[in-house]
Design a protein around this ligand. Structure first.
Ligand code: HEC
Length: 175
């Protein structure tokens, strides 16, 4: 009885082992038409994934949840909230690479969201000046800031950028 069982198991085993060989032999013997099924399967294309299209990217808008609109509280004369808004958008295209989102600073450029200044005292005309000229010889960082931050900004956009930097850095109403 045991012997018979073992023999059966052995037989089953050899059938399993032989199966791929048998299959191969079978496929090899199939006539040309035997591949029809495969061709048919290849034709069945998967439907395109049902992902929503990516959102349209508007430079500087909605980069992160944290980049909420900066609402200025104490702008100097001649500087408007509209300029701050425009500056915030322009900031996201170029300046953010070095000064970080929302001006939090990075290892290559200082924070612009506090009242600590390196090259200027933080007055609006100085900010306009430093953005226009860049910082060819940084005091605390190894790489220079190019004029206009390396961006193709008009004077009006520079004033808007400065308005945004001013609003960022004067949030608390301090210097
Ligand atoms: C390539 C990197 C880089 C880019 C891009 C860049 N900056 Fe700068 N920025 C610097 C560096 C470096 C300094 C000088 C830091 C120092 O003196 O140690 C600086 C300084 C400044 C300062 C003066 C800060 C201070 O405390 O003296 C302001 C304001 C400023 N940048 C605004 C901007 C604005 C706005 C843009 C975009 C138009 C911009 N930067 C783009 C690297 C950059």
């Amino acid at each position: 009885m045991r012997k018979a069982l073992r023999a059966r198991v052995k037989f089953a085993g050899s059938v399993v082992c032989a199966a791929p060989v048998l299959l191969f032999a079978l496929t090899a013997c199939l006539p040309e038409g035997g591949y029809d099924k495969v061709t048919h399967r290849e034709k069945r294309e998967l439907p395109p994934p049902d992902f929503p299209p990516p959102p349209r990217v508007i430079a500087g808008v909605g980069q992160t949840a944290a980049s909420a609109r900066v609402v200025a509280t104490n702008l100097p004369a001649g500087v408007t909230q509209e300029m701050v808004d425009e500056g915030q958008q322009a900031y996201g295209t170029t300046c953010t690479a070095c000064h970080g989102a929302n001006g939090i600073g990075t290892p290559v450029a200082p924070a612009l969201n506090d009242n600590q200044w390196i090259n200027i005292s933080g007055q609006y005309p100085e900010i306009v000046q430093v953005i226009t000229n860049g910082v060819p010889n940084p005091k605390e960082h190894s790489g220079a800031m190019p004029p206009r931050g390396g961006g193709n900004f008009s004077d009006e956009q520079i004033r808007a950028l400065a308005a945004y930097v001013y609003a960022l850095s004067h949030q608390g109403g301090g210097a």
